[in-house]
Design a protein around this ligand. Structure first.
Ligand code: CMP
Length: 140
């Protein structure tokens, strides 16, 4: 299996409740290494660009509001098969459908406030990482 990088966001519902350490403990226990990390307050422009693929969806406005309402932690995760592995660790988008032990089952509040974001494919991982990190900020 290839070593991959994936992009992760710990969302405002996590920073607000002081849960960044608990969520990252789940990520690290799964064998993923955090190789870049920063806490930022996303601007509206950053959130609208990041979620541009969803701009026609009915929840887009609510999503941008939620992502800019409080700080987030953006990070790059490295590991074997990291993209699929992190999606497994996060669980289903809807926390009610997420498996026990996943981040969303354990911590998410709702479909919108679902604690974590993870890239869905290698191309999106590369784009998402490049939106928030320069190459020299990623250190394995
Ligand atoms: P994420 O994995 O970051 O990708 C898109 C986000 O949109 C998703 O997590 C949720 O936070 C949000 N989202 C997806 N579906 C809905 C929905 N039906 N209602 C509100 N928010 C949603």
């Amino acid at each position: 299996m290839a070593i991959e990088h994936t992009f992760s966001i710990l969302k405002p519902d996590v920073t607000r409740r002081n849960l960044t350490g608990k969520v990252n403990a789940v990520i690290e226990a799964a064998g993923l290494r955090i190789v870049a990390q920063k806490r930022i307050h996303m601007t509206r422009a950053q959130a609208e660009k990041f979620y541009g693929v969803h701009k026609e969806r009915p929840f887009f406005g609510e999503l941008v509001e939620m992502m800019t309402a409080a700080p987030v932690v953006v990070q790059v995760l490295q590991g074997e098969n990291a993209i699929a592995k992190y999606r497994e660790v996060m669980g289903a988008t809807n926390p009610e459908k997420a498996d026990a032990g996943t981040i969303r089952k354990e911590f998410a509040l709702s479909m919108g406030e679902n604690s974590a974001h993870g890239s869905d494919a290698p191309e999106t991982a590369a784009q998402e990482i490049a939106q928030f990190f320069a190459g020299n900020e990623i250190v394995g």
